[in-house]
Design a protein around this ligand. Structure first.
Ligand code: ADP
Length: 260
């Protein structure tokens, strides 16, 4: 997409903080079933950057993303998208914020089976009563390589193509921040690499902000910055890491766990 993107956008890396958590805690259940999923997490996600949240299964990655994207409530602390504090919003305002500013990519593609590809892409905008910017839409569709598949239904597409469609749907409305929760979890490694490549390009060339949860060091190595979560706490971070750097760091946490 490099050339097309370059002609459509004079991209300058946006500055500032796209989302921020401060002392964010989330407790599930009570008594014997009490689980502290997030334990006073403070973290900032810079605009125009690709950040990975890395951690073993059960470390709180999904919970952090859901709380910050307004898909779940939190127990204490603060979560902001731009300047908007989520805990102060009623249901209607929260729905509007999610619709207007936030994109979410799930492990399951969450496409509507009765709609074709292009209808799936424009559905969120149709619901919001907004007209898609045709030039942008064309670029997004070309970027994810779906120009020849626009009239296909999800069931007529491969897993990789379905996730590309889900990515296109999110990119189409140009949200201020995209949260992706294990977006390659259901894909073979080649389709997974494609999706990660698109997410990275959307940051580098289109100025998107992406936050991705993953337990895969290779996926995390696509990010500009990796934040490590263990037992609901942020324990470390790396800038511009290779997959080996991420793996090394994870191994050290395991070793510390074993001795501690
Ligand atoms: P990850 O995404 O890193 O795998 P999660 O955020 O899904 O981790 O889970 C963090 C912790 O919170 C885990 O111990 C998990 O069992 C617990 N948890 C997640 N969702 C719920 C829930 N709805 N009810 C109770 N406990 C939950």
């Amino acid at each position: 997409m490099s050339q097309a993107a370059a002609t459509l956008t004079t991209h300058r890396a946006p500055s500032g903080v796209a989302a921020r958590a401060t002392d964010l805690s989330k407790v599930y259940g009570r008594g014997e079933t009490r689980v502290v999923a997030l334990d006073s997490v403070s973290v900032e996600f810079a605009r125009g950057r690709f950040t990975a949240i890395m951690g073993p299964s059960g470390s709180g990655k999904s919970t952090l993303m859901h709380c910050m994207a307004g898909l779940d409530t939190f127990s204490t602390g603060s979560a902001r998208i731009g300047d908007t504090e989520l805990s102060g919003l009623n249901d209607r305002r929260l729905t509007e914020l999610r619709r207007d500013k936030i994109g979410f990519i799930f492990q399951a593609f969450n496409l509507l089976p009765t709609l074709n590809a292009v209808e799936n892409i424009t559905l969120p905008m149709d619901i919001a009563g907004r007209k898609p910017d045709q030039q942008w839409l064309d670029l997004v569709v070309r970027t994810v390589g779906l120009s020849e598949r626009l009239r296909h239904r999800p069931s007529q597409l491969s897993g990789g193509q379905q996730q590309r469609l889900a990515v296109a749907r999110v990119l189409a409305s140009r949200p201020e921040i995209i949260f992706a929760d294990e977006p390659t979890g259901n894909l073979d490694s080649r389709s997974g690499a494609e999706i990660l490549g698109f997410l990275r390009e959307s940051v580098r060339e289109l100025g998107q902000t992406v936050v991705m949860a993953t337990h895969d060091p290779v996926a995390a190595s696509y990010a500009d910055r990796v934040v490590f979560l263990v037992d609901g706490r942020i324990v470390d971070e790396l800038r511009n890491p290779t997959a080996d750097d991420v793996l090394d760091r994870m191994r050290r946490f395991d070793a510390e766990d074993g001795t501690g």
